[in-house]
Structures are given as C-alpha cells and as structure tokens.
Design a protein around this ligand. Structure first.
Ligand SMILES: Nc1ncnc2c1ncn2[C@@H]1O[C@H](COP(=O)(O)OP(=O)(O)OP(=O)(O)O)[C@@H](O)[C@H]1O
Ligand SMILES: [Mg+2]
Length: 291
C-alpha cells in the first residue's frame, strides 16, 4: 500500500466517522436503542469474530427455513458453506445482509454492530459485500466504466460524487483490475465478456468498495474448469485481507479453497470441520453427500 492510499484511507475513515449513524430512524428511535454505539467504518474484531450468528430463526408460512442457526467467522477467514438444496444457505445470506428479517436470534458484525438494527443499504455501507449467483454487471458499459461506477458509489464518497476519479481511486481501480484478471479487457463492453469474466467483474465492483466481509453465493456455477480454477486462486488471494463466506455445490472448488467447511441442513449447522472431516461424517453422508 502506498502512503497516498494510507492517507486516503485515514481521510475516508474520518469522513465516515463524522457521518450520521446508518440505521437511525427518522424519529431517532432506533439509535436511541443502541446499547454500545458502533461507529460506521469500524468493526470491532477483538473478540476474534467478524460475523456472529446465534440461534437465528425464520419461518415462511410456517416452514422453518432457518431453524436455530449459530455460527461465527474469524477475521480474514475464508469459510465455505455447503449443504443440500433448500438447506437455507441463501436465506442465511439474506438475513446477514438485511434482505430478510429473522423472527428471532442474534446477528452481529464484529462484537458491537447488531446487524438486525440496520437496513439493507446501510449494511452494505458497513462493509458487507454480497455477490448473488447471477452476474449483475452493466452490460452496455465497459469493464472500466462498471468499476468506475462502483467506486463512485463507494462509502466516503457519498453525495460528493466527483465527476472524475481522483488519483487514489484510479490506483484502486488499477489494483482491482489486476486482482480480477481483467487488466487486458479494460475497454471491452461488459456484455461481451465470458460468464466467468462477468462474475469476476462483479466481484471487482464489490472489491472497489473495500468490503470487510464478502458473501458469495455459488460464485463458480456455470464457469468453465479454467475459470473455476482462476476463481479459486482469486479467493485465496482475497482471504486475510477480507473475510469471505462462500456458498458452493462444486466440491472440487471447495477442496481447493477450503479450510473450515460448515454444512447446513434444514436451517441449521449439521457439521463443521475440514472438508475431509465433514465428508466422513455419517450425518452429512446421510443427508447430503450420499444423495
Ligand atoms: N421468501 C421466501 N418465501 C418462502 N419460502 C422461502 C423464501 N425464501 C426461501 N424459502 C424456502 O426456504 C428454504 C431454504 O431456501 P434457500 O434458498 O435458503 O436454500 P439454499 O440452501 O440456498 O438452496 P440452494 O442450494 O438450492 O440454493 C427453501 O425450502 C425455500 O423454498
Ligand atoms: Mg441458494
């Protein structure tokens, strides 16, 4: 990291700290409910967790999609989540990102930010980036323009969207282009990229916002073997700098990237451990791998 980037980071942090608290209701009622005040831009991971879920439950018309889900993720960890169709993996991500409100339970980002008090847009601002399965890039725009757009809407820039990127933003964009292997496609229209390249571009658009936690739902579905392998290397390069939660059905991919694997079944954790450990677990074989 260059000194310029460090300075920019400090400047942004100050800006964010001055900004009003996300999640505050018009009446101020929600903010008044805060026990410990978490400042935006800061995630307290001194307790060794960036994400903490405890006994989370949600029902849809009486169907318990999430049923006593508890798990936590360490800062910088790359956690893989597997489980049969309907296990609740996507619903879990919906809950973390504020798209779905659980009926009960605890969801914390770091040890001070109670995510259930925040709206979806504010959760993204806090530093949780989400990648849905289908690529959602702007097809008519170039690779560069897509990344530029995501940079301009990044936190800290806010209402004062500059007409042109500043030096630090250009540096960030260049860095992201290399990370996602699209440096030779800068001016290519996104619509003409391969499926895998579109997925990387969308990941790049998340990376420009420097998320602390990235949630990725079936990122390699539909990719070629080569694209899948490149994605594995990409994720391995991101861990440490970011925390990642990756949901995938592709076991070869999981084998390449995984340390700790969590198996979800019927809305809760069935098993956790290395891939070899969970694959040897009788309950896992029964409900999932044996099918
Ligand atoms: N908004 C909703 N309304 C009603 N039912 C829902 C809703 N969202 C999810 N479900 C149900 O909750 C269960 C869990 O779905 P979810 O999409 O989380 O599973 P998943 O583990 O992501 O599965 P897959 O591997 O197929 O993507 C499913 O039975 C699904 O039909
Ligand atoms: Mg799903």
């Amino acid at each position: 990291m260059t000194p310029d980037l460090l300075e920019e980071g400090l400047r942004r942090r100050e800006q964010v700290q001055k900004a009003p608290m996300p999640g505050r209701t018009e009446s101020g009622g929600r903010a008044a409910g805060f026990g410990r005040i978490a400042r935006a831009g800061e995630v307290d991971t001194t307790h060794g967790r960036i994400l903490y879920l405890d006994d989370v439950r949600v029902s849809f018309d009486g169907f318990k999609a999430i049923n006593g889900l508890s798990l936590d993720i360490a800062p910088g960890e790359l956690r893989c989540i597997i489980g049969p169709n309907g296990a609740g993996k996507t619903t879990m991500m919906d809950i973390i990102t504020g798209k779905t409100r659980p009926d009960s339970g605890t969801v914390f980002f770091g040890s001070t930010i109670d995510l259930l008090r925040y709206r979806e847009a504010d959760i993204a601002q806090l530093g949780i980036g989400r990648k849905f399965q289908k690529p959602t890039v702007f097809e008519a725009l170039s690779v560069f323009e897509n990344l530029e757009l995501s940079l301009k809407t990044a936190k800290g820039v806010g209402a004062a969207v500059a007409a042109r990127l500043n030096g630090e933003q250009r540096n960030r964009l260049a860095e992201v282009l290399v990370t996602i292997h699209l440096q030779d496609h800068v001016n290519q229209t996104a619509g003409t990229l391969s499926h895998g390249q579109k997925q990387w571009l969308e990941i790049g658009m998340l990376l420009t916002q420097e998320p602390k936690l990235l949630l990725l739902d079936e990122p390699v579905a539909g990719m070629t073997d080569e694209e899948t392998e490149r994605t594995a290397q990409l994720f391995l390069s991101l861990k440490g700098k970011h925390s990642l939660m990756v949901v995938e059905h592709d076991m070869n991919f999981i084998r390449t990237i995984s340390e700790k694997v969590t198996v979800l079944h019927e809305g809760r954790v069935l098993a956790e451990g290395t891939l070899a450990q969970v694959q040897a677990d009788e309950r896992v074989i029964e409900v999932y791998l044996g099918r």
